[in-house]
Design a protein around this ligand. Structure first.
Ligand code: HEM
Length: 125
C-alpha cells in the first residue's frame, strides 16, 4: 500500500495511536508508562496528538510544558534510544516525504534535549 505523507491531522492521530500501542507493549519502556507514571492513555494520546499537530501543522492546541513530566521517571539513555527506535519504525512503516522526515528529526532533537536536561539536573543533585 502507498505510504501517506503525514500532512493531515488524521495522519498524525494514526501515527500517535500506533506508536503508543507499541510503547505500552514494549518490555523496556512499557512499564515506565504503565507502572511508574501510570499514564491515563485516554488523556495522554489526545495530548500528544495535539503536541505533534502544533509542531507539524501549526495548530495551537497543546498547552503545556513537555519536559517537567519526564524529570521524575528515572530515564536513562537506553529509554530514549528505545523510544526513538519505536517512533522511527512507526513513522517509516506508514509515512514518507518531508513531514515524515521532519517529525523524526524533531523527535530526535527533543529527545536529545530532554536527556541532556535530565543529566544536567542529576549532576547537580
Ligand atoms: C524522545 C522524545 C520524547 C518526546 C518528543 C516526548 C514527548 C512528550 C510529551 C509532549 C508529553 C506530554 C507532556 C504534558 O504536557 O503532560 C510527554 C509525557 C510523558 N512522556 Fe514523553 N517524550 C519523549 C520521550 C519519552 C521517554 C523516553 C519516555 C519514557 C520511556 C517518556 C515518557 C513519558 C511519560 C510517562 C509522560 C507522562 C504521560 C502522562 O502522564 O500523560 N517520554 N512526553
Amino acid at each position: 500500500m502507498a505510504k501517506k505523507t503525514l500532512e493531515s491531522r488524521q495522519d498524525i492521530e494514526v501515527l500517535v495511536a500506533r506508536f503508543y500501542g507499541r510503547v505500552r507493549q514494549d518490555e523496556l519502556i512499557g512499564p515506565i508508562f504503565n507502572d511508574v507514571a501510570r499514564v491515563h492513555w485516554d488523556e495522554h494520546i489526545p495530548k500528544i496528538q495535539n503536541f505533534w499537530a502544533d509542531l507539524l501543522l501549526g495548530e495551537n492546541n497543546y498547552h503545556g510544558r513537555p519536559f517537567p513530566p519526564h524529570i521524575p521517571l528515572g530515564l536513562k539513555v537506553e529509554h530514549f534510544e528505545r523510544w526513538l527506535e519505536l517512533f522511527f519504525l512507526t513513522v517509516d512503516e506508514m509515512f514518507e516525504g518531508q513531514k515524515a522526515d521532519e517529525v523524526k528529526m524533531r523527535a530526535l532533537n527533543i529527545g536529545r534535549n530532554f536527556l541532556a536536561n535530565i543529566q544536567h539536573l542529576e549532576s547537580r543533585s
